[in-house]
Design a protein around this ligand. Structure first.
Ligand code: UD1
Length: 460
């Protein structure tokens, strides 16, 4: 859809989320179920955000208010006391919209996460061109259940009729109401207050606003969008389908727009905010949680899990690595197999190639962390930091008990449990001294064999 010129009038947005979501079979409000790590209603808010709305409000049922408020803050939440229909739900936003007299009020559903900013912009532009109400429509492959957009002889929108209230002729119409509307702010509540509930469901239908606006001399128009943009999510199965669709589109974006290499696209899972630079290579079965940025040419080998971290250009991660929030992996640094990094920064060229836990740490440039190194960052009460200087070498299977500082160029002997700071270029050995007894193994075996023979004799 072509983008329209910039808008002249202010925008307000009312997001409906007071539905019961019964088919979701969940303790969580439907609109807070996530796609790509972001609640569905967050996707809708992000789409309208593109139009820089002057006011936004989310409408919740009384039971879900606190949960919704926590998730959408700083967007305010208004409460619809009883679920009396979509028109009644919009009325719950009256206080938030007080004084918003000139401009466009959008009504959006919190459970249609694929709505695009460009579509909303086209609706707002149509509203500014003089329509009192702009309705978003789509051609449904199966229109059952949707409200139908009924046009007059001249082709103009005349009214919306809900499926249950429609006659056979109206049901044959495939142009359906998506539910999203852009309404002239000055007359919104005047029209809403006139909507009644004399219909099959006994609800106050927002859709009745079209006929009322026309009766008031306003114009109503339709903007059409593709059906898959308007996909609603009603069940866990719909949620999984929506996630799969989102991921498919994101993988294409990664390859075609960001210039990343995905070795097996369908096994790479993105978050809503993943950012890949060009020539990043992502191996099979990698999952990006929220908040990951990967720099140019970095290589993520198969089976990695990353969240809340930055991987700088040319770094190598995995296979089988886990990067947790607060981590930054410097240019050309390497995090190898079965290494977990949490809230730790690796400077350029630093390495932890095998089987380590590095948490709450700073690792200097070109430092080398040996296999099996653990930063002991937690004593059951508080977290402490480990500072490892540039070019330091930590021998395999070392426990670094934080708070701790290992100086630049220092060497920690393999198997050490280090509890005291190590000065730059010092060698720290913190392990039991080895004792070797000549012939000890042979004596041990002889003793064991004698024990075994005695046991067998006794049991005969
Ligand atoms: C609505 C439209 C229908 C359209 C369809 C598209 C009306 C009357 N009908 O029907 O024309 O084809 O969407 O999906 O608008 N909600 C509240 N409070 C309420 C009732 C609903 O907040 O009292 C919210 C729900 O959370 C949901 C949205 O409004 O996000 C739609 O409500 P729902 O009852 O599912 O409407 P549909 O029957 O799908």
């Amino acid at each position: 859809m072509p983008t329209s010129p910039s808008l002249k009038e202010p925008i307000a947005a009312v997001l409906l989320g007071a539905g019961l979501g019964t088919r979701m079979k969940s303790a969580r409000p439907k609109v807070l179920h996530e796609i790509a790590g972001r609640p569905m209603i967050g996707h809708v808010l992000a789409a309208i955000e593109g139009l820089a709305p002057a006011r936004r409000v989310v409408v919740s049922g009384p039971d879900t208010q606190a949960l919704l408020a926590g998730a959408v803050a700083p967007v305010p939440v208004a409460v619809q006391a009883e679920r009396l229909g979509t028109a009644d739900a919009v009325k719950a936003a009256r206080a938030t919209l007080d004084g918003f007299a000139v401009g466009t009020v959008f009504v959006l559903f919190g459970d249609t996460p694929f709505i695009r900013m460009e579509t909303l912009r086209a609706m707002a532009a149509a509203r500014e061109e003089g329509a009192g109400v702009v309705v978003l429509g789509f051609r449904a492959a199966d229109p059952t259940g949707y409200g139908r957009l009924i046009r007059d002889e001249g082709g103009a929108l005349a009214r919306i009729v809900e499926h249950r209230d429609a006659n056979a002729e109206e049901r044959a119409v495939d142009l359906c109401n998506a539910g999203v509307m852009a309404i002239e702010a000055g007359r919104l509540f005047r029209w809403l207050d006139r909507i009644g509930n004399d219909n099959a469901k006994g609800e106050y239908y927002l859709t009745d606003i079209v006929a009322l606006a026309l009766a008031d001399g306003a114009r109503a128009s339709v903007i059409e969008a593709a059906e898959d943009e308007l996909l609603g999510v009603d069940s866990k199965r719909d949620l999984a389908d929506a996630e799969a669709r989102w991921q498919r589109a994101r993988r294409i974006h990664a390859m075609e727009e960001e210039g990343a290499i995905l070795l097996d696209p369908q096994s790479v899972w993105f978050s809503h905010d993943t950012a890949l630079a060009r020539d990043v290579s992502v191996g099979q079965n990698t999952v990006f949680g929220p908040g990951v940025t990967v720099g140019e040419g970095a290589v993520i080998k198969p089976f990695c899990h990353l969240e809340g971290c930055v991987v700088h250009a040319g770094a190598t991660i995995g296979p089988y690595a886990r990067l947790r929030p607060g981590s930054a992996i410097g240019e050309g640094a390497r995090i190898g197999n079965f290494v977990e990094v949490k809230n730790a920064r690796f400077a350029a060229g630093a390495k932890a190639n095998h089987l380590s836990y590095i948490g709450d740490a700073e690792v200097g440039a070109e430092a080398n962390i040996g296999a099996g190194t653990i930063t002991c960052n937690y004593d059951g009460y508080s977290k402490y930091r480990t500072l490892i200087g540039p070019r330091a070498f930590i021998g395999s299977n070392s426990a670094l008990v934080a708070p701790l500082e290992i100086g630049a160029g220092a060497l920690v002997a393999a198997g050490s449990t280090v509890t005291e700071d190590v000065a730059p270029d010092a060698l720290a050995l913190a392990r039991a001294r080895q004792e070797t007894r000549d012939g000890g193994a042979a004596r041990f075996r002889e003793a064991k064999a004698a024990e075994k023979a005695a046991r067998e004799k006794k049991s005969k």
